[in-house]
Design a protein around this ligand. Structure first.
Ligand code: FES
Length: 118
C-alpha cells in the first residue's frame, strides 16, 4: 500500500480536481460537494485521459421519468475527452453501460492534506 499526496485541503475546493502522478499511473482526485474521490486517469474504452474531461451532468431517460430525458447528476459526471464516454465520479459507474465501471481509490484527509491510497 502506498499513499500519495494530492495537496493541501484548501488547494482543492469543492468542484476542483487535480491529477497526480503515482507509481501506478496518473490518478484524478476530485472534490465533489466536499467529498473526495480518486479515479485512474485512463479511460477503459481506449485509454484516453479520462480525468481531464469536462465535469457536468448527464441526460437520463428512465421509466420513472416516463422515458423523458432529464438532466441529472450535475457536477458528478465526467465525460472522456476522446470519445465522450461518461462516468459518475462518485460511484465509478459508466452512464448508460451497466457493466462498465472504473476503479476508485480511497482518499483520506489528514492534518489538512488530501491523500490517495493505492
Ligand atoms: S478513450 Fe475514453 S471514450 Fe474512448
Amino acid at each position: 500500500m502506498a499513499e500519495y499526496s494530492a495537496g493541501k485541503l484548501d488547494e482543492l475546493p469543492a468542484g476542483s480536481r487535480r491529477i497526480i502522478k503515482t507509481d501506478r499511473g496518473e490518478i484524478g482526485v476530485f472534490n465533489i460537494n466536499g467529498r473526495f474521490y480518486a479515479l485512474p486517469n485512463r479511460c477503459p474504452h481506449q485509454g484516453g485521459p479520462l480525468c481531464a474531461g469536462k465535469v457536468g451532468g448527464t441526460l437520463l431517460a428512465t421509466a420513472e421519468s416516463n422515458w423523458e430525458p432529464r438532466w441529472v447528476q450535475e457536477g458528478e459526471v465526467i465525460a472522456c475527452p476522446w470519445h465522450g464516454m461518461e462516468f459518475n465520479i462518485t460511484t465509478g459507474q459508466c452512464v448508460g453501460r451497466r457493466r462498465v465501471r472504473i476503479r476508485q481509490f480511497p482518499v483520506r484527509v489528514v492534518d489538512g492534506e488530501v491523500w490517495v491510497i493505492l
